[in-house]
Design a protein around this ligand. Sequence first.
Ligand SMILES: C[S@@+](CC[C@H](N)C(=O)[O-])C[C@H]1O[C@@H](n2cnc3c(N)ncnc32)[C@H](O)[C@@H]1O
Length: 227
Amino acid sequence: MAGYVVEFGKDGGKIEPDGRLDAAAYHRNHQAIRAVLRGFLAGQPGDVVEAGSGTGQHVVDFACDFPEITWWPSDLNEQHLKSIAAWRAHAGLSNIRAPLAIDLSDPSWCAEMRDGSGPGALLAVFCANVIHIAPWRVAEGLFAGAGRYLRPDGRLLLYGPFKRDGRHTAVSNAVFDSSLRENNPDWGVRDIADLERLADNFGLALRETVEMPANNLILMFERSKPA
Ligand SMILES: C[S@@+](CC[C@H](N)C(=O)[O-])C[C@H]1O[C@@H](n2cnc3c(N)ncnc32)[C@H](O)[C@@H]1O
């Protein structure tokens, strides 16, 4: 596992004996995220990969609300993979697949994406609160994989704090960015313009920006040209 990956999801409720972690942030943000995803995904059958699922709580929430979608959670951290598997077992939903061990810094993500045992061409990739808590190469691998695995009408949906034209959108995000960079100089809140340039390398373009509570955004990328 990459040395920079830190364990997440012990700040909510108690850790369950089966390994289910609980992230405080999930309780604050899941309803708002689900409401926006509903606009982009509801009623469309297909496979969706959640990149960097963390505890696995979001994927259970989405799978309840979007039963026509097959959800493929993923992460790199072993404790998170265990937590995702435990949340999946606890939920007992048939539209959540076993978590994939995806290292987003690898542009091909994982063997299952290529050998037929994973999802087909993707309706969407959803990724929340990952690319600022990871080196830039993780954003590169995320976009590379999205460019490779999304179906022609597929979407990459990113949730988190972002800068606009080099500026933070709130003082709280600037403070958060400083604390991230103190922890690891390769981390940091990403600028939307840098992400648009990155997307362009992989045939993707930013189509929508949705304002979210607590100075977060959802960025929606689609293919800029036919795959
Ligand atoms: C702050 S947590 C967010 C978790 C979840 N998306 C959420 O919003 O609750 C960041 C997650 O990114 C994962 N991560 C970090 N680097 C990664 C990488 N290279 N590949 C895949 N996941 C990674 C971490 O293991 C962690 O689960």
